[in-house]
Design a protein around this ligand. Sequence first.
Ligand code: FAD
Length: 506
Amino acid sequence: MGGMVTAAYLTKYFSRITIIESDNIQDDTLMKSTSSEILDYRCRLESPTSVGRSGVSQIYQTHVMEGEGHEILRELFPQLDNKLLNEYDIRNYSLKTELRFFVNGILLNQNLTKDIEWLGADRFTLETVLRKELCLQFENQIEWKCNSRVTQLIVDQSSNIVKGIKYRCKQTVGSPLFDMYGDFIIDCSGRNSSSTKWLKESLNLIVPTEQMHFGCGYVTFVGERLKTGNPKLDSIPVICSTVNAPDKNAGCYIVPMRTIKTSDENSLGTLAQISIHCVNSEFPPNDSYENLLEWIKENLDPDYYTILKSTKVYSPLIPYHRAIDDRKYVELLGKKWPQNYILLGDAMCTFNPQFGQGMTHACRQARELSKIFAENCHKLKDISHIFNSRASAISEECWLLSTTNDWKTPTLKIIKTDKNGQTKTYQRNGDFPATKDNQLRLPLLTKILQWYIGSFLKCASKSGQLSTDFLHVMNQQTSPFILFKPTILFTVCYTALMNCFNLSKK
Ligand SMILES: Cc1cc2nc3c(=O)[nH]c(=O)nc-3n(C[C@H](O)[C@H](O)[C@H](O)COP(=O)(O)OP(=O)(O)OC[C@H]3O[C@@H](n4cnc5c(N)ncnc54)[C@H](O)[C@@H]3O)c2cc1C
C-alpha cells in the first residue's frame, strides 16, 4: 500500500521507479478480474496465500481507510473514487448519520457538528483497484519486478551510503542473487521488514526498537446483514467498538464493503466486513460460527449478538494473531543513518490495528517524502535524515494513540533494544518472576494521557463538538494537539473535577 502511494508521489522527481515485490501481484487473476470476481476471491479464499498475497498476511482482515488517507488517494488517483463507486458497488458513508462508535466503552455523541465522509471499501478490493490505477497512470515510469524478494542491501561502508539491493527470484528454486542499483531506496516491505537485520549485517548499525505485545487477536469474515427486528440497529451501517482494557478486552467492527442488489426482503442490501478483536490473548474462536456467536454473547454488548445472529456468513472465519506495536527509532540515529535509504509505513512503525491508522500513516509519510523533494533545496544525501525526523513525528502521533491504550493490557510485554544492541524484556503478570529489572513501570506521560483521554471521552459522549474533534483526530485529519487546546483542556478538567466533587459529596 505505502509502496504504491510513494511511487506515485515520486514520479514527479524520478524518471524511472522500480517496485520490487515478493508476491505475484501482476498476475492476471488479480489484474484482469472484474468487480464480482474480486468479491468472489475475497469471500471464497481461506488464506492470503490463495491469491498469492502471502506478503500481506493481514489483507483479509477488516481495514478502514481513515479520512486523511482517503484524501491522499483522491489527490494522487483522481479516477479512483469514481471507479470504486461506479464499478465496485462501494459507497461513501456519513459518520454523522451512519455511525455508532464506542471508544473505551463510551459512545461518542452522534450530533457531530461537521460531517466526515468515510469510504466503505475492503482492503483487498482497494489495493487491487489502486494497483490497476497506478499501472494505468504511470505505465511508462514505473516498472514492477514481482516474485522477487529483496534479501540484502548493497552499501558503500566508507561513505555510509546504501547504493542498491540484492534480490532473488522466488519462483526459481536456488535462484541466484541479482543486484539492482538506485539513487534512492525506500523500504516499504511492511511489518515483517528485515531492515534492522540488513543494517546490522551491512553497516554494523543497530536501530533502537520497541515492541509492545498486547495479545492482539482478530477473527474476520464477510457477512450479509439481515433485518434484526430492531429498525434502529438496522439503520446504522457502521458499528464499531474498541476494547476497553483491562475491564473489557474484546471489541467488534461491523463496516460495510459493498452494496448488493437482492430480492430478499429480509436483507439490508450490504455486505459487511465483520471483525471480532481482542487484547490480552483472550482470542475469539474461529472453528465454527456457532462457537463464535456463543463467544460474542458472553463477551460483547447484546446488540452485536443481535446483529450477528441475523447475519448470513459469506466467507471463512479468518484469524490473525500477530499484530504488535513495533517502532524503530530511526530518528535517534541522526547522521549514523545511511544516506539514500529510508523505511516507510509499517517498515518504520506498526500500531494496534483497532484504531485503523496504518495505511493512512504510510500515505502521510509518503506525502511528507514528496514534500521534502518538492522543497527543492535539499541535497539528495540529506534527504534520508530529514525524512527520518519528519516521518517519525507522524509515527509519534499514531504511536501515542495506540500505546496509551495498550499499556492497560494486563499481560503486556515490552521488548526494548537500545543503541548498543542491549535487549531487555519487561512483562506484567508474565511467565517469569518479576525482578526489579524487568518490572513494567507506566511512564508518567502515558498515565496522564490515559486519565485525560478517559475524561475527554466522557465529555465527548455529551458533546457533538468534542466528538467531532475526536473523530477528526482519529481520521488523522487534524493533529492530536487540538484535543489539548485551552478551551477543551479547561472543559475536560473542570468536568472531571466536578464529577470528583459530586462523587465525594455522595
Ligand atoms: C489485523 C489488522 C488489521 C488492520 N486494520 C487496519 C485498518 O483498519 N486501517 C489501516 O489503515 N490499517 C490497518 N492495519 C495496518 C495495515 O495493514 C498496514 O499499516 C499497512 O498495510 C501498511 O502498509 P505498508 O505499505 O507499510 O506495508 P504492506 O501493506 O504490508 O506492504 C508490504 C509489501 O512489501 C512486500 N514485501 C515484504 N517483504 C518483501 C521483500 N523482502 N522483498 C520484496 N517485497 C516484500 C509485501 O508482499 C507487500 O506487498 C491493520 C493491520 C492488521 C494486522
